[in-house]
Design a protein around this ligand. Structure first.
Ligand SMILES: [Zn+2]
Length: 136
């Protein structure tokens, strides 16, 4: 069987890249978490996206895993997560917050919906979590 390339764009097989994280392992750093979250968007893995959202993220208060699942299901076939490029990685500061600047190449309903974002990640004692993002 031909190995499936990971949707995060690393060039590595999915099985040895982001799949272990989607299956329950914790990414060792913010960049790996970022990559695995992009791959989860590409695969429509709502459970992983919800699990790796920090408790203080806005969506935790206003949304739900079910709402996220419906959102991703509605995107299926209409939104294509084409590529992820990591532009900058800032290691954890004194408060433990790490930053990743990335460019996500996305096509939504036939149009370019790509964007660049500076995301902040913090470790919650269990694993790295996505706290917030700011379009750069
Ligand atoms: Zn990957």
């Amino acid at each position: 069987m031909k190995a499936v390339t990971c949707p995060c764009g690393s060039g590595a097989p999915y099985a040895s890249c982001c799949q272990p994280f989607h299956a329950g392992a914790e990414p060792p750093d913010a960049e790996r978490l970022m990559r695995s979250r992009f791959a989860a968007f590409a695969l429509g893995d709502a459970a992983y996206l919800w699990r790796t959202l920090h408790a203080d993220h806005d969506e935790r208060a206003s949304g739900s895993e079910e709402a996220l699942r419906k959102h991703l299901a509605a995107q299926r076939g209409k939104v294509v997560y084409r590529a992820l490029e990591i532009l900058e990685v800032v290691p954890p500061d004194a408060d433990g917050a790490a930053q990743v600047v990335f460019h996500a190449s996305i096509r939504a309903r036939g149009r370019d919906a790509s964007f660049t974002e500076r995301s902040t990640f913090v470790h919650d004692g269990v694993g790295w979590r996505y706290l917030c993002g700011e379009v750069a």
